[in-house]
Design a protein. Structure first.
Length: 332
């Protein structure tokens, strides 16, 4: 197959994933305790139609679906970038402790400084960055060992998660809502959250796409990348910062959601290959689809009870992580 036809095929995969994402979003809008037809939904999306249950769906489901799409896509791209940086197929914002650092700062704001809620994503970025620096500095010893990163990530994750739990326990007011948020819940998100996350996500995703060629070169190995003129240390820091930014802003809004950044890059590479020009946008679509489906299942499976999307993803991602871990151990 020629390069042109291969590129065309990959572009078609991306377009198909976007169309499928729209179909999943439309289905998610329809499913739930409030009944509405597809015709009314489409009319409500593209016009100011606001009759029947449409006004409630517009206020409750629309921002939730937008945030599920953005968070899923952001975490997926974060996983792609982290796996390039540390050369570890098991890298994920949850496993590497980034999500725990971001969530600790977010919980701190929620329970002690609620007036700073509008700054939560950016302050969470600071927490995620500090957590990532801790993990990478502990794991680094003349290079990054996959096992050391996992062990350091587990230790930092446990420590920061415990600190978040202590904060929520001390603060008895609103304990239930904070606990749900820590489990990765989209139940209480608003249009304000959606607009805030959209702005930050556009910035992070666009920057990540500009790094596509650097990611391709770094995937060839440090020696090859250096011989091609890449400043390995500088680019590793830039890519890591973008990955932490995407994970932290998402965690600041939606709480801790693990395994999206672990599962999606593997699916993306299997379907579309390792060229980051295609892998980054494709991973965003697949991550958005995965999280949107998980949130819809959690919202509708045991109505009127709701399972936080973070717990649903843990059920899905746990076995996948074990499979990857066993496969990587066999290669050692």
């Amino acid at each position: 197959m020629s390069n042109k036809s291969l590129e065309k095929k990959k572009t078609l995969y991306i377009l198909a994933s976007i169309i499928f994402l729209f179909a999943v979003a439309l289905t998610s809008m329809k499913l739930g305790s409030l009944e509405i037809s597809y015709g009314e939904l489409i009319k409500g999306i593209f016009t100011n139609y606001n009759e029947g249950n449409m006004s409630i769906i517009r206020e409750l489901r629309f921002p939730r679906i937008i945030i599920a799409i953005l968070v899923g896509g952001n975490l997926a791209i974060c996983g792609v970038l982290l796996q390039v940086v540390v050369k570890n197929p098991l890298a994920d914002p949850g496993i590497t402790g980034i999500s725990a650092g971001a969530s600790l700062v977010a919980v701190l704001i929620m329970v002690l400084f609620p007036s700073l809620n509008h700054l939560k994503p950016m302050l969470a970025f600071g927490g995620g960055l500090i957590s990532a620096l801790l993990v990478f500095s502990i794991a680094y010893d003349k290079g990054f060992s996959p096992l050391r990163i996992i062990l350091a990530g587990v230790a930092i994750n446990a420590m920061l998660s415990a600190m978040s739990s202590i904060l929520t326990t001390i603060n008895s007011n609103g304990l239930s809502s904070v606990t749900n948020w820590l489990n990765g819940s989209l139940a209480t998100v608003t249009w304000s959250d959606a607009r805030m996350l959209l702005i930050y996500s556009i910035i992070g995703v666009l920057i990540s796409f500009t790094l596509r060629e650097t990611c391709n070169l770094m995937s060839l190995g440090d020696k090859t990348a250096k011989s091609l003129g890449v400043d390995i240390h500088k680019q590793r820091m830039i890519i890591s910062a973008v990955a932490v930014f995407l994970a932290s802003i998402s965690t600041g809004i939606a709480g801790i959601i693990s395994f999206v950044g672990l599962i999606v890059p593997h699916i993306g590479r299997f379907i579309i290959g390792s060229d980051h020009k295609y892998l980054i946008p494709f991973s965003f679509s697949i991550g958005a689809i995965l999280l949107l489906i998980a949130d819809t299942v959690g919202r509708c499976l045991f109505t009127p009870y709701e399972i936080p999307v973070g717990l649903v993803m843990s059920v899905i991602g746990g076995p996948f992580f074990i499979f990857l871990l066993r496969r990587s151990m066999k290669k050692c």
